[in-house]
Design a protein around this ligand. Sequence first.
Ligand code: NAD
Length: 488
Amino acid sequence: MAAVTNDSSKKEFNFTTFQNVINGELKTTETTRHAISPHTKKPLAEVPLSTSKDVDDAVAAARAAFPKWKKTSFEERAKALNGLAATIYEYQQEFVKLNGYELGAPVSIAEILIHMGAGWLSETAKLHPIDEVVEDTPEREVIVRYLPLGVVVGIVPWNLPLHCTAAKIAAAVIAGNCIIIKPSPYTPYSGLKLVEMAQKFFPPGVVQVLSGDDSLGQLLTEHPGVDKISFTGSTATGKKVMQSASKTLKRVTLELGGNDAAIITKNIDVATIAPALAGVIFSHSSQVCLAIKRLYVHESIFEEFRDALVAAVKAFKLGEGVGEGENDPTVTIGPVQNEMQYERVKGFFSDIEKEGWKVAVGGTIDESPGYFINPTIIDRPKEDSRIVVEEPFGPILPILSWSDEDDVIARANNTRMGLGGSVWTTDLVEGRRIAEQIEAGSVWINSHMDVTPNFPFGGHKESGIGYENGLGGVKAYCNVQTLYLKKK
Ligand code: NAD
């Protein structure tokens, strides 16, 4: 069985064993399971396969910890979050290895994911939902209060294990809640390790983690002792989560899939923008909810832009950037993460011949020991083809052309998804005009995927319910109470 080999044995936390955390204690389960290496398809370290008894124990521990935790000060909560953020950096090299181990991420992506994990903890620590006096007259005072909900379950997707775990912990605990994390069965390791580290800073029961298969998700979403589900994952599963949560009217925040369009106007510097965009589009092997999944390029620059994009893609290096030995920082793209995803993306490749798609670059998948896929661009497939309509969530991109502004906006919006979108132009009036008409939760002019812990992030349409990040995102982990104080 492969393991993360490094000098972590000298340190407080080792990166070779991974366990649940229930009520401040490391626990394993009678039966265990493991994930699979995206580089080699070999089994990775064993992790717990939690049962309903583990769920009951974790929920009971969280409920027991909540009355005391909710009375802690923001300063105390922030201090714990900052301590955890610092510990991520203390173990940066180990987390780089772990990101290669479970995700197949190359060094550059692993480092970004680690900064995001730590950054979300320390930035969210500054977001304090304090009481607001909304009326103060001689007759009465009216105060809006934000009260923690109780026990939150954070359900994490496979593509962002460290970042999503950190973000959910941060928002839940700064608002005064306890949280139980459920990592993805495909990438459980970073989440398990982060929650183990959290025990150094939080009282037992405040931050817990249970690893298991998909059925564990349902046990948690249906549990009557849980008050809120913060779910990040696919739209299909998000709908099931909402259904389960409705039984006890749990609060839900759903961060779901996307099919982001980027609109490239004729007012750009092709030589600068095309290579920059190639990096954004294929980063993390395009396994990002907010990745650009449809590229609309103005017809007057189409060929020039496509060729520049193709040249940039040809310069990528596909491979194992972070393996058991020395890291290879020249690798820019890793494999896709799992078999299910590999087969799904392969389905789009088999459509190439069937649908007669024109391939601008890539188009084949070479034999490899893992789930490696050559980054691929499809040149102007039909607007209703599967590659345009669906979220491939892998390194295959349709590039389309446009000439009429209203038409391209309508095409960008012709989807049930509404996560993000972008416009690329040197004419900021044009940029703003187009951007304001895109139906999505995050819209950028001259950037994409540029998310921070400080501003709201959520999906329109079937890309989600509610939003996370920013003070409003933290308030979503609270019940609102309006207090009416009659003075006379
Ligand atoms: P998924 O929906 O298959 O799984 C997400 C999580 O839900 C996993 O932990 C899984 O075990 C759990 N789960 C599965 N069935 C469940 C059930 N019935 N009840 C409760 N939990 C259940 O998604 P995935 O394949 O892990 O992630 C990829 C998807 O996530 C993509 O669609 C991507 O766009 C989306 N995503 C969205 C965001 C965002 O912030 N909007 C971020 C990252 C990924």
